[in-house]
Ligand binder design. Sequence first.
Ligand SMILES: [Zn+2]
Length: 72
Amino acid sequence: MAPRRSRPCAYCAEKSAGLDYKDPRTLSRFITEGGKIQPRRQTGMCSKHQRQVSAEIKRSRHLAFLAAATVE
Ligand SMILES: [Zn+2]
């Protein structure tokens, strides 16, 4: 188990902040310009919330709430 970092992740610090796949504005903070999910070392989130965010992003992608980088 990873030791607790001095800086808590954004969602641990702010418990009221909800993770919602229907909120692309929030989720987009965790996505790179290329449309990829940022690694944890960049987001600074704990593994628990990182997993939640990535799950929500994938769900959001699936439902096309996020503007997927569709360069086809
Ligand atoms: Zn957390």
